[in-house]
Design a binder for this molecule. Sequence first.
Ligand code: OGA
Ligand code: MN
Length: 237
Amino acid sequence: MSDADLIAFSRRFGDLDFAPVQENGQRFVAGHPEIYIVSNVLGPDGQPIGSLGAGEAVWHTDMSYLKKPPKASMLFALEVPETGGDTHFSDMYMACERLPAALRERLAGLRVKHDGTYNSGGYVRAGVTPTDDPRTAPGQLHPLVCRHPETGRRMLYLGRRRNAYIEGLTLEESEALLDEIWDFATRPEIAWRHHWRVGDLVLWDNRCTMHRRDPFDATARRVMHRTQVKGEVPPAA
Ligand code: OGA
Ligand code: MN
């Protein structure tokens, strides 16, 4: 698929969000602001042609630092390493169901800040002055437990662990509660692992899943093109 094909296919699911901007203030593909490139490959200028490098990309939801995060993302594999770089998806319905009842009740009505400072590769986003104080870091508040707007099912909505902060709690209380919840959200029993082949297209519901990527050999090439379908304000459960 060309980028134009990927965009046309993605539009069958709704209007598309533009990709986040890079450090240099530009998007990845001239003329196609919808395309986000995930890659460790260096371009002629010595700069990476995409985001996230070759290290681990930690568990996250795409672009949940926005008021209206994308409802779906699609990732198309153009070049993949022999080993490593697998992508894992975890089920936030299951994570919610598996919480002990007392813990789930404690979460009702709470909102969590989805950090806008760092991306999942640990890189600072364009135009942001990095801070590691979750209370003051820029980000968007969303309900911790949301109701999926289409299925009506309850799900955990966490975004990212780094710089996350639960509104109204002390930093210590927030960190302890988040650690407790994240433990349920990242267990292998509720995750699925994708080993990529060239030409694979993976589409995920970005509301009720999180994903992460394994690191891979930095001297190998990995090139993935992504689109993201516009979503709505995540409704509280
Ligand atoms: C993404 C992402 C991980 C990967 O494109 O949103 O997190 O496996 N990608 O490249
Ligand atoms: Mn992602």
